[in-house]
Write a protein of this length. Structure first.
Length: 630
């Protein structure tokens, strides 16, 4: 393989050094769990009897022999999420494949799986981010029965995969494989969907027209086909070595999908028997860097500026937004998939998909090739694609050249020489911005602020015409401590309409936007958040704000915020985020959650067992230069 890019090498070395204590502590605990022996060797007869009381006689006989692996399935199945509906039948496929391999498989437990598409703009969205840590805890509850020799995780969507990932790492002494369900077939073009949404925001079409458009887009089992958080999850699980190769974007209702699910089960059995491929070895500093680089190279979801931090910490690896920004400065943008282009993930897969991206990044020295995967040592396993030949699953090398260079390009001729995510900072704090979907002429905005505390108030101002001007819309008190950090995607159509009218428009918030962050420049995840003393609490209507992702700047102009007292949160808004729709159950989460740049997590908001802080290397607030000395 070619020499590793010097910036990637230096950032990796910095992460390794920063994580020295926490990573060593994590590996010590995983080694101790491994040395404690496999499940079938240490559970008592009564334990086993309870574990298999509901199983078939054949499975009981296999289990009681004490020599064959038992696979634990953790499923996020529900039939409200189109992406998770296919998981209803996956356990049966896995059980049968395990039996064919002389092993057993059981559903160890289920996790919640809420849909951000259903809760957008609704109170339930304030539980969305916290659901990730609940899923991690649920995974821990499922696996703590300690009756399993290998694990298969069934999950696809936004918070579900990060939560399964975090929870599984607590059992990183075991092999863990993720089995996705795949995307739904393509519906109406994404550009048409966006057009109708924009018309509805301007009251130019009625709700029935909007509903027909949305149903034409979200229409069958499988993942939504735009490249948001769910599909970014699948790409990253692949490049992390936790999928079988090229399984991310195979449709659910196909023989190939069932064959891949069965092959996943058989591979989990093989890993359990060999004692190889434990998750603690697959996920390390190098694989985390690979995930970041692949996210940047494909213009993936901004939500992973939070999720990846928490996911890495579950393995004792400490990363921050400076690391992501500096990796972005040398990562070529290889993909244009909606919202960063007009194509969907099905077209991306047809053009070459993750196998093409992985090979291009590896051959150009942008990712670490010497990583461990569930397929064995080396990233080269993920250059392959599966197919069915005479009813048998076979693996072949992926395409050598992109089949559509409007969607997917080689590293030698990328869409952009830099990745899609940047760090911006200044007197308002630190934030991230996804620029891959924003035209260069729209990226730099300097305009007066219009300050709001709720999406509803901002949308009403839009409807009233009060935002028909150059404007920086500031939406504050949306951070994890304030209300769980909801996605604010409901504002996207309105902001896009203002931009299309020719106004200079930007969005600044301590909340999240979405995996579908679009064409309007949005500085999101501002940290510290307003409720925790962040300077967004001191901004007033009319203050001039400059957002310049090219220079890495987010700042007020001609204002000294330090001379002002912070604005108090409106009592009616504060109370509304504390109760109703289950929000009252998460008061403790809002109290102890870490900052956005620390992963907005309750799982890793405290020091580790050996006293080393999980966040012992705060970023330099004066750092605005994205360059790294080679």
């Amino acid at each position: 393989m070619p020499t590793l890019n010097p910036v990637v090498a230096k950032v990796t070395a910095r992460i390794i050094e920063r994580s020295r204590e926490t990573r060593a502590d994590y590996l010590r605990r995983m080694d101790a769990a491994r040395d404690n022996g496999v499940a079938r060797a240490k559970l008592s007869c009564a334990n086993w009897a309870h574990a298999f009381a509901g199983q078939t006689v054949a499975d009981k006989l296999t289990a009681m022999g004490g020599k064959q692996p038992n696979l634990g399935i953790v499923t996020a199945y529900n039939d409200m999420l189109s992406a998770h509906q296919p998981f209803e039948r996956f356990p049966a496929v896995i059980r049968e494949a395990a039996r064919e391999a002389g092993a057993t498989a059981q559903v160890a437990g289920g996790t919640p799986a809420m849909c951000d598409g259903v809760t957008q703009g609704r109170p339930g969205m304030e539980l969305s981010l916290f659901s990730r840590d609940v899923i991690a805890m649920s995974t821990g509850v499922a696996l703590t029965h300690d009756a399993f020799d290998s694990v298969i995780c069934l999950g696809v969507c936004d918070k579900i995969v990060p939560g399964l990932f975090m929870g599984s790492l607590a059992f990183g002494h075991l092999p863990v494989i993720f089995a996705p369900a795949g995307p739904m077939p393509s519906g109406i073009p994404n550009a048409e969907k966006a057009r109708v949404r924009g018309l509805y925001a301007q009251n130019k079409v009625d709700r029935q027209t909007l509903l027909e458009s949305e149903i034409g887009s979200y229409h069958s089992p499988g993942t939504c086909t735009f490249y948001g958080t769910a599909n970014s999850n699948q790409m990253m699980m692949e490049i992390a070595g936790l999928h079988l190769p090229s399984t991310a974007f195979v449709h659910p209702e196909t023989g190939l999908r069932d064959a891949l699910t069965a092959a996943t089960a058989k591979r989990a059995v093989e890993l359990a028997r060999s004692g190889q491929g434990r998750m603690a070895d697959v996920i390390d500093e190098k694989s985390i860097v690979n995930m970041v680089v692949a996210l940047l190279a494909t213009g993936g979801s901004t939500n992973h500026a939070i999720h990846l931090v928490a996911m890495a910490r579950a393995a004792g690896v400490l990363i921050d937004w400076t690391d992501m920004d500096q990796l972005s400065s040398v990562t070529p943008l290889l993909a244009r998939v909606y919202p960063n282009g007009s194509a969907d993930v099905n077209a991306f897969q047809a053009a070459g998909g993750v196998a093409f991206v992985t090979r291009e990044l590896a051959n150009a020295g942008h990712i670490h090739a010497d990583v461990q995967t569930v397929m064995g040592p080396g990233i080269h396993h993920y250059f392959q694609e599966p197919s069915m030949v005479d009813g048998e699953l076979v693996w072949r090398d992926g395409v050598a050249e992109s089949l559509d260079t409007d969607i997917l390009r080689p590293a030698s001729d990328p869409f952009d020489r830099e990745g899609g995510l940047r760090l911006v900072q200044g007197d308002l704090g630190r934030a991230v911005i996804k620029v891959s979907a924003v035209k260069p002429g729209n990226r730099i905005v300097e305009a007066p602020a219009a300050v709001f505390e709720t999406q509803e108030d901002a949308l009403q101002a839009f409807r009233d015409g009060r935002l028909d001007r150059d404007v920086v819309v500031v939406l504050r008190f949306q951070g994890p401590k304030a209300n769980g950090m909801p996605e604010l995607h409901s504002l996207s159509p309105a902001l896009g309409v203002l931009q299309d009218k020719g106004f200079r428009v930007a969005f600044v918030t301590d909340g999240r936007m979405s995996g579908a962050s679009g064409k309007t420049p949005a500085a999101i995840h501002v940290s510290p958040e307003a409720l925790a003393g962040g300077m967004l609490s001191r901004v007033r209507d009319g203050d001039v704000i400059r957002l310049d992702p090219e220079a890495g700047v987010l700042t007020t102009v001609g204002v000294d915020l330090s001379e002002r007292a912070p604005a108090a949160r409106s009592p009616e808004h504060a109370g509304g985020s504390s109760w109703g729709y289950g929000r009252e159950l998460f008061g403790a989460f809002r109290h102890v959650v870490s900052t956005a740049e620390e992963g907005a997590s309750v799982c890793f908001a405290t020091p580790s067992e050996n006293g080393a802080a999980w966040s012992d290397s705060p970023p330099d607030p004066n750092l605005v230069d994205r360059a790294v000395d080679a």
